[in-house]
Design a protein. Structure first.
Length: 329
């Protein structure tokens, strides 16, 4: 058995190879079929227009060989990169903020210690690319600078694109447009969205919302890493990439769909909790096991289980939650 997965992550000691093999042999058939369909759709030219067909294709998963290209196109990163030739390299050559460099350096060895490609001994060692992308981004978006969590996201982007400049523009698409205000110093957008999830759970899984309230568990305690790291290190790699496929195309409501599906699917299990630490433990457990490993069926569930969830609903809830947070100071 391979101790390291295709993305360079070492598998944990207790990794269940048997059930993974069983899943992957089935998933490989899906991947092969999707790859043929995508090749036909792209017909050798590197562009697609947004359409219902493309959305359907993306929900069913982008083959790895096309992933970087499709993410770049549908997120708007490609257009931005083409309109700003040489910008990324100018950021790296320009004046630097020492405090920012120090903060980024501190996090280098903490980024994916379980990934062989990010080790100092690796050749090439992806830490260099990661450092460059984060330094460039910190100088490009001074309001954000650098914030913990961004290193993991940039690291994943580098693993998929294998290209610094593309990773930079995808990071910009995520932080600048798709995730409103998650990484600014006050993290207002992040706090708001955790409250929004709480409101959505009240609407869609009221028994769990009631349990949380009864034991005084704040949502931020159990889901903040889901939002900050966009499910990195929470869910299996393949599942995270499938979530990101949709995130780049459909925007931040995908995060709510994933969170609601995890909660709804494990409602009975969560409701067994009888105290505060118990609830926190249950939330750790629901992100493990075959339900999340089987990424193809999992992704079908995120579009059916939570029921309808429009961006208008999300934005309306964001407004009220943000106002509430601001009034609390």
């Amino acid at each position: 058995f391979c101790r390291v997965d295709p993305y360079g992550f070492e598998r944990p000691e207790d990794f269940d190879y048997a059930s993974y093999e069983a899943f992957f042999s089935r998933y490989l058939v899906v991947l092969t079929r999707r790859a043929i369909k995508w090749s036909k759709l792209l017909k050798g030219n590197n562009s697609i227009q947004k359409s219902l067909k493309v959305k359907r294709y993306i929900r069913k998963g982008i083959p790895n060989e096309h992933r970087a290209l499709i993410w770049m196109i549908v997120s708007g990163a490609q257009t931005n990169m083409e309109q700003n030739p040489g910008y990324y390299h100018r950021l790296l050559e320009g004046e630097k903020n020492d405090k920012l460099l120090e903060a980024i350096k501190t996090d280098m060895n903490r980024t994916f210690p379980d990934n062989v490609k990010f080790r100092k001994t690796a050749d090439p060692c992806l830490q260099h690319a990661l450092y460059n992308v984060l330094v460039a981004y910190g100088h490009h978006n001074k309001a954000v600078g650098y914030c913990q969590g961004m290193n993991f996201i940039a690291g994943y982007l580098i693993l998929i694109t294998k290209n610094e400049e593309e990773s930079f523009w995808l990071l910009d698409a995520l932080i600048g447009r798709i995730l409103p205000d998650y990484y600014s110093p006050a993290m207002l957008g992040l706090k708001t969205d955790q409250e929004v999830l709480g409101e959505l759970v009240k609407m869609k899984v009221p028994a769990v919302a009631e349990l949380m309230e009864r034991h005084g568990v704040m949502w931020t305690l159990v889901v903040s890493r889901w939002f900050i790291c966009l499910f990195i290190d929470i869910l299996p790699v393949e599942t995270v990439l499938r979530i990101w496929d949709c995130l780049f195309y459909e925007g931040s409501k995908i995060i709510f769909r994933v969170a609601l599906t995890l909660i709804k699917q494990h409602q009975a299990f969560i409701l067994e909790a009888t105290n505060f630490p118990d609830i926190c433990e249950k939330f750790k457990q629901i992100t493990k096991g075959t339900f999340v490993t089987e990424c193809h069926s999992f992704m079908q569930k995120i579009f059916t289980d939570p029921g309808s969830l429009s961006m208008a609903t999300v934005n309306k809830l964001r407004e009220t939650c943000r106002e509430k947070l601001l009034s609390q100071g």
